[in-house]
Design a protein around this ligand. Structure first.
Ligand SMILES: [Zn+2]
Length: 424
C-alpha cells in the first residue's frame, strides 16, 4: 500500500489541505514574514542578513485542520544547533514516566513486547517503559540519539520513513506499540511516517500519537503556537480524516495539558476496529464549540488582534512614563508573538532565561532581543516582567516571587492582563 501524494508536503507555498487535499482553505491570521523561531542568533550572526518566510494561519473547511501555507524545509528548521532537548525539564520527565506506566497497563504490555518511540530524543519516555521491564527502541534523527544510547536506551539514529521501518523490522521484529509525541505537527513526510508505523506494527498493534490540540489553541487564544515548525494543528476530526486514508482505525482519544493542551490519539492497525465512546464524545464537543465554522475562527482572530493592541498600548505607555519592562523566558512561541507585535530591544531590552538554557547569550530571531540569565531580574527588579511562557504563568510567577522578585507581571494572552505582585 502506498500513501496519498499530498501526504508528502513539499517545501514552499502550500495550496491544498495537508490532510484531506481540499482547496477550501480560509486565512485566519496573517502573521507577516517571520524568521524560524528556534534559529536564535549569535552576536556574530547579527552582522549578516536574516531569512524570513511567510507565516499564515489557514483553516480547512472540509476536515477542520489548521495549517500554515508555507513549508520551510526540515533541514533548515532542524539545523544542527536546534536548541530543544526533552529531558531538560523535570516536569516533562515525570509526565513521560506516568505516560509510560499508564500505557503499559492499558495495553497489558509484557516483557517480550516491543515499544518504539519515534522522535525519541534523549530517551526520556522510553526510560519509563524500560523500568517496567518492557523491550524498548528509540528512533531519533539528531545527535541526541548518542546521548540516549549512552544512558542505556537503545536508539537508532535515523529519519523515520518506510525504508527505516523495514530495516528496523528485520533487525528487531514487530512492535506492539509505536508512540510519537510532539512530532506529528512537524514533519513533511506524513505519509512515510504513517506507512512506516504500519509496516512496523504487528497485527492489532497500536500507534499512539500525541500532539498539541486545535480546540485548546482556539479556546485559549494561543495564536503563538503558530510557527514554521508546526505545519499542522490537528482537531480530532482532521486526525480521523487522516487515518481514514490508511488501513487504521482511530479507536480512542484522550486530552492532556502538555504543550498548552494536547490530544492523544490511538490508531489501531486494521479497519472496523472497536471504537471507544470517547471518540464520538470529543467529536461532539468540537462541533459544539464550532471548529467546523469559519465564524469561530474569525472571533479567535478578533480576540488575538485586541490582545495585541492592548499589549502594545501598555508597553508604549510604560516606556513613555520612564518605567522599566522586560521579558521572562524565550520559548519558541515568543518569537511568533514578538515578531507579529513588532517588539524589539528598544521596547523590551532583554528576555530572561534560566541559567541552564541553551538559548543564553543568543538573540531572538527577527527582533534581536538578547537572552540573558534570569538572575538579572532579581538584581534589577524591573517595574514589569512580561511572562512569555504565559501558558505556565502561574508556576513561573510563583517561582520568581520565591526567588525574591518584586516586579508586577504582564500576561500577554489569551487576553492582556496585569498581575500585581502583592508585596508582603
Ligand atoms: Zn482538510
Amino acid at each position: 500500500m502506498n500513501y496519498p501524494k499530498h501526504h508528502l508536503v513539499k517545501t514552499g507555498y502550500i495550496v491544498c489541505c495537508q490532510v484531506c487535499d481540499s482547496r477550501k482553505l480560509h486565512i485566519i491570521l496573517d502573521l507577516g514574514y517571520q524568521p524560524l523561531c528556534d534559529s536564535l542568533l549569535t552576536k556574530e550572526k547579527l552582522n549578516e542578513p536574516e531569512k524570513t518566510y511567510p507565516l499564515r494561519m489557514m483553516w480547512c473547511e472540509n476536515c477542520t485542520l489548521v495549517q500554515i501555507d508555507y513549508c520551510v524545509s526540515g533541514e533548515e528548521v532542524y539545523h544542527p544547533d536546534y536548541p530543544y532537548r526533552s529531558g531538560i525539564t523535570k516536569e516533562l520527565a515525570q509526565y513521560q514516566e506516568s505516560m509510560a506506566s499508564s500505557l503499559v497497563k492499558e495495553f497489558n504490555l509484557q516483557q517480550n513486547d516491543l515499544v518504539i518511540d519515534v522522535g525519541s530524543n534523549d530517551g526520556t519516555l522510553l526510560k519509563g517503559f524500560k523500568k517496567l521491564g518492557i523491550n524498548v527502541l528509540g528512533i531519533e534523527p539528531t545527535n541526541i540519539a548518542k546521548i540516549a544510547n549512552k544512558s542505556g536506551i537503545r536508539t537508532v539514529q535515523a529519519f523515520f520513513d518506510i525504508k527505516t521501518a523495514k530495516e528496523i523490522k528485520k533487525k528487531y521484529g514487530n512492535a506492539s506499540l509505536i508512540i510519537t509525541t510532539n512530532t506529528f505537527a512537524h514533519m513533511q513526510t506524513l505519509g512515510e511516517f504513517i506507512m512506516g508505523a504500519y509496516y512496523l506494527l504487528k497485527d492489532e498493534g497500536v500507534f499512539v500519537n500525541e500532539t498539541h490540540y486545535l480546540l485548546d489553541v482556539i479556546k485559549g487564544g494561543q495564536f503563538d503556537t503558530i510557527y514554521h515548525e508546526h505545519l499542522r494543528t490537528y482537531s480530532l476530526k482532521s486526525l480521523i480524516a487522516l487515518f481514514g486514508q490508511y488501513d487504521f482505525t482511530v479507536t480512542d482519544v484522550a486530552r492532556g495539558d502538555r504543550y498548552g493542551g494536547n490530544i492523544r490519539v490511538y490508531a489501531t492497525k486494521g479497519k472496523g476496529k472497536k471504537v471507544s465512546p470517547q471518540v464520538s464524545k470529543l467529536l461532539r464537543l468540537e462541533k459544539g464549540f464550532g471548529l467546523d465554522k469559519l465564524e469561530t475562527f474569525k472571533k479567535f482572530a478578533t480576540r488575538v488582534k485586541k490582545a495585541r493592541l492592548e499589549f502594545m498600548d501598555f508597553l508604549i505607555k510604560t516606556k513613555m512614563t520612564g518605567k522599566s519592562i522586560v521579558g521572562n523566558s524565550c520559548p519558541g512561541r515568543c518569537s511568533t508573538l514578538l515578531n507579529y507585535y513588532g517588539v524589539d530591544s528598544e521596547l523590551l531590552p532583554y528576555l530572561a532565561e534560566q541559567p541552564t538554557s541553551l538559548k543564553l547569550n543568543m538573540y531572538l530571531p527577527g527582533k534581536h532581543i538578547p537572552v540573558v540569565n534570569n538572575q538579572r531580574l532579581i538584581d534589577e527588579q524591573p517595574d514589569y516582567v512580561v511572562i512569555l511562557a504565559w501558558h505556565y504563568a502561574k508556576p513561573i510567577m510563583e517561582q520568581l516571587k520565591i526567588r525574591g522578585l518584586k516586579s508586577d507581571f504582564v500576561i500577554p494572552l489569551p487576553d492582556f492582563k496585569i498581575v500585581k505582585n502583592l508585596k508582603v
